[in-house]
Design a protein. Structure first.
Length: 118
């Protein structure tokens, strides 16, 4: 994922919008997930954690949302995602994968946004 300072500079310069920044983070999370495919056990664990985070995300933003609303939900998602993963699908070292899990879950969920363009 991009360094937060670099992200703030890009946003401040007007080069990309906040939605574009988080979409880039989500895309990177999806790439990291795909890179984990070679480790079957880890990949299956990540998929389970993503499923749990997506279930909670559905409760947080509902079925009808825009990309801006989803980006807003992403800003506060680490808190509740940490709680649900720890409670329902912890694995050895799971906190280090939380950013990947969040990004991949949001990457998938963005496709349901009313203003999503493929």
């Amino acid at each position: 994922m991009a360094h937060p300072l670099l992200q703030r500079r890009r946003l401040a310069s007007g080069a990309v919008s906040e939605e574009e920044l988080v979409q880039q983070e989500w895309e990177e999370g999806e790439k990291q997930l795909e890179a984990a495919r070679g480790d079957r056990r880890r990949y299956e664990t990540l998929l389970r954690q993503i499923e749990i985070v997506t279930e909670e995300l559905r409760k947080e933003v509902g079925q009808t949302y825009t990309l801006a609303e989803l980006a807003g939900a992403y800003r506060g998602a680490e808190r509740w995602a940490r709680e649900v993963v720890e409670e329902r699908a912890p694995s050895p070292g799971w906190p280090r994968d939380l950013a990947l899990v969040l990004a991949a879950a949001f990457h998938s969920y963005q496709r349901g946004a009313t203003d999503y363009l493929a």
